[in-house]
Design a protein around this ligand. Structure first.
Ligand SMILES: [Zn+2]
Length: 71
């Protein structure tokens, strides 16, 4: 049973790391599950793992203009 518990904990950690982020300028939401294929970001990429030179696909601002999407 301990093994199953470990798996559940791992899944929870992954889930928590895959947060959505929202562009404060245009409202675009980056979803880690979908990534940004047009911007060279493959699906499954956490926001933290996106290169710093990535830009919002809608309005072109940098990562620093994105905030955690709480809802
Ligand atoms: Zn934007």
């Amino acid at each position: 049973m301990l093994y199953i518990k470990d798996i559940l904990v791992s899944l929870l950690v992954v889930f928590q790391e895959m947060k959505k982020y929202r562009c404060i300028v245009c409202g675009y939401v980056y979803d880690p599950v979908e990534g940004d294929p047009d911007g060279g970001i493959p699906p499954g990429t956490a926001f933290e793992d996106i290169p710093d030179d990535w830009e919002c696909p809608v309005c072109g601002v940098k990562k620093s203009d994105f905030v955690e999407d709480d809802w």
